[in-house]
Design a protein around this ligand. Sequence first.
Ligand code: SF4
Length: 457
Amino acid sequence: MHAHGRAIRTTQWIIVLVYVALMVLPLIAPLPDRHARILNHITLFAQFMFWGIWWPFVLLSMVLFGRIWCGVLCPEGALSEFVSRHGRGGAIPRWIRWGGWPFVAFAGTTIYGQLVSVYQYPGAVLVVLGGSTVAAMIVGYLYGRDKRVWCKYLCPVNGVFNLLSRLAPVHMKVDAAAYVASPRTQGVNCAPLVPLRHMVGASDCHVCGRCEGYRGAIALSPRSPTEEVVMFGGPGEQALSGQAHGGIHHNNSGWYSALIAFGMLGLAMGAFHWTASPWFVAAKIGAAQWLAEHDIAWMFRDDIPWFILTHYPDQNDVFNWLDGALILGYILATALVMGGAISLTIGAGSRLLGKGWTAARYHHLMQSLIPIGGCGLFIGLSASTVTLLRSEGLRMAWVPTTRMAMLAGATAWSCWLAWRISGRYAHSLFARVGALAGVVAALALVNYAWALMFWIW
Ligand code: SF4
């Protein structure tokens, strides 16, 4: 990778051009009618590329190759770094380093995307993806020199990518002894600000390849896909990882646990569920009746700009305030129910692993749910891939079985991680089985939620 830096940079700029074209061209085309197809209408083509191919498979790539997407292909990262090279080069302010951004940015983007129907309309895509890109460039211009401050701290999917890449079977391995023993050479520009000598896992590294071979100590190396979660997710290692951020970033395991339980398995589940949920329909009918009986008419108004709530009268797709409130309420309620229940079961499991309550043990056991969280995001996002391909007339009879197999595989992977993590703490088989039971209860709930969406409703 180091030797092919030029080719990597060229690829990045080609992707930037494709990304901008897919965002801008649909804006000048009319919205698709029912005769439009992926291959003859730019809006449907862009929709298929962004939400049908791009997002699900970028997520998958995190698990297979680590964050190579971020370092080699992401247009937003490339633009942010490019602007940073010519920008003001200011110091990174404290608010940017706040540990809650991975959760808050993911939650905000997920909810807003649902309110403006980002999967369907080019204007919404421009606001969500284009807005994020412009923000990335502004942050790049203001802070850091030749760096990716946005990617490291503020990108809405940074937290999810960080978690998924912990499962990757490859990483940039640092040989600490060789690093110290080798003579100092000219430094490497690590754009996402990873302190090379202390790098212990794949979660912060964007696999850009620039440090490969540095001081004869860093190399892209294979590893067990359980290694980072089991070996580097524990209390001592979490502290080490906090230090490894160069003292500019405190240990934010709590926020990552929240991202798993309330974000990937909560908010995202609500965002995928509400369009298929009979509970949502029942709540809407009940709320509409109650509002009508109480003469609260303004909730039925739909003269709302499309960038606040979906508003496309020509497509018969218009949200009123009641729709907006119910979508928001449904997603938040799902997050609270799923996140609360998962936190309780994981908390109970981690309590059995040793005397007293320790947050570090809880955060470690929570990481066993990364595989099922990633799998859920993949099958949820790829549901739109399947819908688009079905409307093209493709037979997709294999999809339900494949979904089932993926959920079963991710469930087994999570159980295996939980078993290995429990082995680092438990002094008895009973404690280990108890901790595993807590994780299995959480997994049962998640699988039930997916069964509701794909097989029961
Ligand atoms: S640690 Fe190395 S490979 Fe990873 S992002 Fe930094 S320079 Fe690139």
